[in-house]
Design a protein around this ligand. Structure first.
Ligand code: VAH
Length: 316
């Protein structure tokens, strides 16, 4: 029976991933791990929960041993915006934290380590459209630097030690349950909340800013499908491009207006525009499709329909 630990379980992806994994493997088979952010009562009481700092290897090891963990979904990270405001913290959490996860995984012979990467590994020199899986990785953010290093570390632990580490390069993730924390793509979540609550939003990137995005159900499907993929079919391990949809901030506003005609969006780019401009517009995810059958389900309009229905219930 699987015994799974999810770090970053109070975060945007981790909180929903924990719920899905508990549905799939049983509540008591999935241990949620948080650090600073206070979990909701619902999260706290939904199953096994531990508070640890993943930069404290002993604390991490104690939880792995206590629950006899065999699989880790390592979702804890400092994202692009906070990473630029606190680069040393981003290095510490994203690099020391990952190093501890890999070392504990090695010492306790864990079956699988899932560690997401991000389109943040790409930079201004990377081809912008249909970005290949193998290409120039020259990120301009500390977050991107740590994700490039994370991919290389994970691949090294696989090749050198046989530790089964896998990861996808997530685009911006959009969801209705838990607000994202400190990312450049956070505008694509905030716009829905503001459209429903206030019928207007001031967007911090230009109207014509196009980025690859993904709806949460596809985000969770991607990492669980990769975790369950047959390793003999995998040529890549920690750096799979996964593409779902690409749209501009203006196109997202238009999609929302189909449901909320009175919604207005103005655009006041700030320091986050430079980060967004360094990332690609779309990804070539043929390797993920060929090696483990990746196939997203949502597009911008089906996502918007679901987001507005869920958030209207939550906010109104
Ligand atoms: C961020 N949401 O904006 C994250 C993500 C592709 C971007 O990694 O930093």
């Amino acid at each position: 029976m699987k015994r799974i630990l999810v770090t970053g379980a109070v975060g945007q992806i981790g909180s929903e991933l924990t719920g899905k994994l508990r549905e799939k493997y049983g509540t008591d088979s999935v241990v949620a791990v948080g650090h600073r952010t206070k979990p909701t009562e619902k999260m706290r009481n939904a199953g096994p929960f531990e508070f640890i700092d993943i930069c404290d290897k002993d604390a991490l090891e104690k939880v792995v041993v206590k629950y006899n963990i065999d699989t880790i979904y390592h979702m804890a990270a400092i994202l692009s915006v906070i990473g630029e405001q606190k680069p040393q913290l981003a290095f510490k959490v994203n690099m020391i934290g990952l190093y501890n996860i890999l070392e504990v995984g090695l010492e306790h012979k864990l079956e699988r380590i899932m560690c997401p990467s991000s389109i943040a590994v790409f930079g201004p020199k990377t081809p912008k459209d249909n970005t290949p899986n193998e290409t120039i990785l020259c990120p301009t953010t500390m977050y991107g630097v740590t994700k490039v290093a994370g991919e290389l570390l994970g691949d090294y632990y696989f090749k050198r030690f046989g530790l089964d580490v896998r990861g996808v390069r997530y685009p911006g993730i959009i969801s209705s349950e838990t607000l994202p924390g400190g990312g450049t793509t956070d505008y694509a979540v905030a716009i829905y909340y503001e459209a429903i609550k206030n019928k207007k939003y001031t967007c911090f990137v230009r109207e014509d800013t196009v980025l690859p995005m993904m709806y949460m159900p596809d985000c969770i499907k991607a990492i669980i499908d990769l975790a369950e993929a047959d390793i003999s079919k995998l040529k890549h391990h920690c750096d799979f491009n996964v593409n779902s949809m690409s749209f501009s901030a203006g196109e997202l506003a238009d999609s929302i207006k189909k449901h909320i005609p009175e919604f207005t969006c103005e655009y006041k780019p700030d320091f986050r525009q430079e980060i967004a401009d360094s990332w690609p517009r779309s990804l070539d995810d043929s390797s993920a499709r060929e090696e483990w059958g990746w196939k997203p389900e949502y597009d911008i309009d089906s996502m918007t329909e679901d987001m507005i229905a869920k958030l209207s219930n939550k906010l109104l």
